[in-house]
Design a protein around this ligand. Structure first.
Ligand SMILES: *Cc1c(COP(=O)(O)O)cnc(C)c1O
Length: 433
């Protein structure tokens, strides 16, 4: 049998799937070229349809923190599959996973399991609105919270005007309660609360924004958000779909709690790592808030496949690995080492590059200083990133195919992989200069 090429598969895919992909970024539109069709993966590597091997720094956009095909996870999933795919009735494993998540994130008393980050963020939003009886929400430019209508919004022209839909098919009325502010801008958030404080249900934020590459919310910004939310009776929602169990065992909120004594968000949203590569996500809060949900309270939320037995087995096995002593220290050291290697290669080749990392997540920019807002991210050298992306792909290293995405390291990446990445980068930079 002939093995099909990536190009042939892409052509075939475009006939039957819009753009040839089931999620837009996979199409390589930002960087150009032909997407690789992945045939299989093992440890830190993915292999495309043509048999080419790549060191994987996407990790399915975050979930594959243990690398691909981790034996303990594989075994858990295989066992669960034999016992049944889905029952539409409660299982012990859902309770175990909820207990496991809650033991690692003390800001929550209860969680509800769902099937995607979009669903979790959308449900958290409804819960915040239901629990406060308010409509207005604040989000930040450059943060992505899934594709629920109310969250697909770009900034309005001023603080008194609410946003405009970023997608066709979202009526203006649906986003009329969504205010979009600049990330890390304390003055704007103060002004917004002064204007709308008693109508704001929640402020939703990616505490480390991974959907504009890698941009941290500053400690003073998070501290002020917390104060304003508390003062005005609004809920602070941490969207940790990407950062959860990825930047630290206690997620990003544990990092801010170290800098801000007693800090807790009101609602937290998880996904990606907690499913270990299976469709699973969650949102949680204190008991009084979570009890607003059906069947106990008036906020409706449901899902046929929620708490799926195979997904929960996968997530549980993943969390049990990452909570082993020393796991995060080793992962953080690997991530630091990849980033340092890339930066050293750039320096050697005379390419201006900056970067940042936390736990198993990193970002780099072709710029002279780290951006702190979406506008600053947009001002970094995108054209050079696109050329670098392809140069690295040609050298067997797979970064996310867009400048606006974070990178992910797994515990399966070996020192050899990390060194090979830095060497490929030096070679690529020299070729591009
Ligand atoms: C990936 C992501 C989502 C959406 O999750 P899906 O599972 O893709 O629906 C929401 N919020 C953040 C911060 C994410 O990174």
């Amino acid at each position: 049998m002939n093995t099909p090429t990536n190009a042939a598969l892409f052509e075939r895919a475009q006939k039957v799937i819009p753009g040839g992909v089931n999620s837009p970024v996979r199409a390589f539109r930002a960087v150009g070229g032909t997407p690789r069709f992945i045939a299989r993966a093992q440890g830190p590597y993915i292999f495309d349809a043509e048999g080419t091997r790549y060191i994987d720094y996407i990790g399915s956009w975050g979930p594959m923190i243990l690398g691909h095909g981790h034996p303990a996870v594989l075994e858990a999933v295989q066992k669960a599959a034999v016992d049944g795919f889905s029952f539409g009735a409660p299982t012990e494993r859902e309770v175990e996973l909820a207990e496991e998540i809650l033991s690692l994130v003390p800001s929550m008393d209860q969680v509800r399991l769902v099937s995607s980050g979009t669903e979790a963020a959308m449900s958290a939003l409804r819960l915040a609105r239901g629990a406060t009886g308010r409509s207005k929400i604040i989000k930040f430019e450059g943060c992505y919270h899934g594709h629920a209508d109310a969250l697909l919004v770009k900034a309005g022209s001023g603080l008194a005007t609410f946003g405009h839909p970023t997608s066709a098919g979202v009526p203006a009325e649906v986003v009329q309660h969504t205010l979009v502010l600049e990330y890390n801008n304390v003055a704007q958030i103060e002004e917004a609360f002064a204007l709308h404080g008693d109508g704001i249900a929640c402020v939703m934020i990616e505490p480390i924004a991974g959907n504009m590459n890698f941009v941290r919310a500053s400690v003073p910004f998070i501290k002020r958000l917390r104060e304003l939310c508390t003062q005005h009776g609004a809920m602070l929602v941490f969207d940790e779909v990407m950062t959860g169990f990825r930047v630290a065992l206690g997620s990003a909120q544990s990092i801010y709690a170290k800098a801000i004594p007693g800090f807790e968000p009101d609602i937290s949203v998880f996904g990606k790592v907690i499913g270990g590569g299976m469709p699973l996500a969650a949102f949680g809060a204190k008991r009084a808030v979570m009890q607003q949900l059906a069947p106990l309270g008036p906020v409706y939320q449901a899902g046929t496949l929620s708490g799926n037995p195979i997904a929960t087995a996968c997530g549980l096995a993943t969390l049990r690995e990452i909570r082993k002593p020393g796991y995060f220290d080793a992962l953080s050291a690997s991530t630091r080492s990849v980033l340092d290697g890339l930066l050293a290669s750039a320096r050697e080749a005379g390419v201006p590059m900056v970067g940042d990392c936390e736990g198993g997540m990193f970002g780099f920019f072709f710029a002279s200083e780290l951006p702190t807002t979406y506008a600053a991210v947009m001002a970094t050298d995108k054209e050079f990133f696109n050329r670098f992306f392809h140069a690295m792909l040609d050298r067997g290293v797979y970064f996310a195919p867009a400048m606006y995405e974070a990178g992910f390291v797994s515990s399966a990446h070996t020192p050899d992989d990390l060194r090979a990445t830095a060497a490929a980068a030096l070679d690529a930079f020299r070729a591009l200069r």
